[in-house]
Design a protein around this ligand. Structure first.
Ligand code: CS2
Length: 493
């Protein structure tokens, strides 16, 4: 690759917009979704985004070297189109918590958006903050210790960044979890008197605004009761349903962008042409007019969330586990397998019965999904979707299974999704392949139980009520066995 590096100067971009949005979780999805919406809703350049990476400081460095600019490749069946996105004006390493606090404490900042992943909310099967999680426990300890020491989280001279260490004890300055850092940032805003703010969750969780509130308030309670009261009065937790299929970028895209623009871009993102954003909640300090770019604001978001989480994400997870077990690597390949497709259709039929009939246009939505999934120019690896199943299935399979049982039906198709996850975990274990999941240790412990008993252990992690239901356990066990018998083991991408 040659040519000058993409930057505001080489691209002749407008001057950077002032930071009014802070984002946690600077990854491909944010760049294909909220950054795109903001760019298309903000003709005057009034809404700049300062984004923080979750786990990858190198990603922040790469983007910062390009002044936050990157090329979005929209990949349709018929070809690619390219657009340089300029709405991100600051790309920061997530470890730079001091900068996060400074930005959230500024009166000009109106909202914080989140794409931190489902697992990062650290909610247990009961929907409450999982205080037993080691990272959460360490943050609770840290927040409580700092409050006891009477130390504010900002302008704290007696500790500096060198104090950061990994012992999880009192000498750490900053919280470890994204939500813990957000609590510290909200405390900085309270102390600065900058006023109300909106937190906008863009993760694939049901009631994601409420989930963000539970996670934040659970940690804030450890810090300071005054802070929880301030959050109650000043922080609006907005719920959203987000949608845009965005696979990981590969080296091929780097070459493609360089060839098309003559500028080197080390951080392009490839995505599908489709996008959707439904939001519900208040923005006390204002917001971009995202509706200009097609976002929809509703009073009752639940039906939209469920439509997306069950029909799109549920189908994705089913294809990810069953598809890999059957030797496929991508969504399009799995969909071309008649068995996988039949299981997905059966799941859609079940889920559809548990969604409201009016106003959701389910037949059209399903039709569109089939087209999106079979876009063979988008290489969406099943292995990417298979990550963090212990968090994802809670939103994707269990609510449908429960609704089916309540309605007096079997929930066979939803149970098959859970069975395929378990068969996938067992096959991965047998093959010695690592499973990417924040609950790996717990999964390992359950899988080490004698065959059959492992099902109970795994279900317990996701939903103790269903784990206690013998009929459900037996059904999942049978479905998992059927899948295991048919398989060669998980395919590497
Ligand atoms: C996928 C989602 O990886 C996954 O779990 O199901 O990232 C999915 O592609 C997006 O939600 C689409 O909007």
């Amino acid at each position: 690759m040659s040519g000058p590096l993409l930057s505001r100067k080489t691209f002749d971009a407008p001057p950077p917009a002032p930071v009014r949005i802070v984002h946690l979780g600077l990854g491909a999805f944010h760049r294909a979704h909220q950054a795109w919406y903001t760019q298309h809703a903000d003709p005057k350049g009034e809404w700049g985004i300062a984004a923080f990476t979750g786990r990858r400081p190198d990603a922040a460095l790469t983007l910062a070297a390009q002044d936050g600019l990157y090329t979005l490749i929209e990949r349709a069946d018929s070809g690619d189109s390219f657009e340089v996105i300029t709405s991100i004006v600051e790309a920061n390493d997530g470890a730079d918590v001091a900068r996060l606090l400074e930005l959230v404490a500024a009166p000009s900042t109106a909202l914080v958006t989140l794409t931190i992943t489902e697992a990062a909310y650290h909610l247990g099967a009961d929907g409450e903050l999982d205080a037993g999680d080691p990272a959460v426990a360490a943050d609770i300890k840290l927040l409580a210790a700092r409050t006891a020491a009477g130390g504010p989280f900002v302008n704290d001279d007696e500790m500096n960044d060198d104090d950061v260490n990994d012992d999880g004890g009192e000498s750490r300055r900053w919280a470890r979890t994204a939500t813990g850092r957000l609590v510290q940032a909200l405390d900085a805003r309270r102390r600065s008197g900058a006023g109300p703010i909106a937190i906008v969750s863009c993760d694939n969780l049901a009631h994601n605004g409420a989930a963000a509130r539970t996670a934040v308030q659970g940690l804030a309670a450890a810090a300071d009761p005054e802070l929880t009261a301030w959050i109650d009065e000043n922080v609006s937790f907005v719920s959203t349903s987000v949608d845009r299929i965005t696979p990981r970028t590969t080296d091929a895209e780097l070459e493609l962008v360089a060839a098309s623009s003559g500028l080197r871009d080390a951080a392009p993102v490839v995505t599908e042409p489709f996008r959707n954003w439904v939001l519900s909640g208040d923005f006390p300090a204002g917001r971009p007019e995202w509706e200009r770019a097609g976002a929809v604001f509703v009073d009752d978001i639940e039906p939209f969330e469920n439509r997306k989480l069950w029909l799109l994400n549920g189908a994705h997870s089913l294809l990810a586990y069953a598809g890999q077990l059957r030797g496929h690597s991508t969504v399009a390949q799995a969909l071309a397998d008649p068995d996988c497709r039949a299981w997905m259709t059966a799941f859609w039929d079940e889920a559809q019965d548990d969604l409201p009939v009016a106003g959701l246009g389910i037949p059209d939505y399903r039709e569109a999904l089939l087209k999106r999934f079979s876009n063979s120019r988008i290489t969406h690896y099943l292995a990417q979707i298979a990550m963090d199943g212990s968090s994802k299935l809670r939103m994707r399979a269990f609510p449908v299974l429960k609704a089916e049982l309540t309605a007096g039906r079997s929930g066979e198709a939803a149970a098959r999704m859970i069975g395929s996850w378990i068969a996938f975990l067992r096959a991965s274990r047998a093959a010695g392949t690592a499973v990417e999941d924040t609950k790996t240790a717990e999964l390992e412990a359950a899988l080490a139980l004698p065959a059959g008993e492992d099902i109970g252990g795994l279900l317990e992690l996701l939903d103790p009520t269903l784990a206690a239901n013998v009929e459900v356990r037996n059904r999942v066990q049978k479905l998992a066995e059927r899948l295991s018998n048919a398989v060669p083991g998980p395919a590497a991408p």
